[in-house]
Write a protein that binds this ligand. Sequence first.
Ligand code: AMP
Length: 116
Amino acid sequence: MAEETIFSKIIRKEIPADILYQDDLVTAFRDITPRAPSHILIIPNKLIPTINDVEESDELALGRMFTVAKKLAEQEKIAEDGYRLIVNCNSHGGQEVYHIHMHLLGGKPLGPLLMD
Ligand code: AMP
């Protein structure tokens, strides 16, 4: 059984977060350290530590993360100009919180993706 992170407490509203969307499968809230004018995290309510732990039965929740990203991008008025979705995996991927999360970043030109 994977160890819970602070994100499970956010899902259960045990600690404060700026939650923008929640349903039976996913929760979305503003990143506490925004790296762009819009920086939102979209997470499955089920604790899945990394992409390496994804199972076929998670496909509905993982797909919902994309439709919620699309809706929130429209809500943030960044859909037309564009935005970036990032999911980091493990240490080389830069993952710090071991509960899968999709970063939705936008509101300014983000430049090329860093590869180093
Ligand atoms: P990652 O490096 O992909 O694991 O990203 C983790 C993200 O979670 C970082 O962008 C943090 O700023 C963000 N974060 C950590 N704790 C919180 C929190 N309590 N509320 C909102 N965002 C958080």
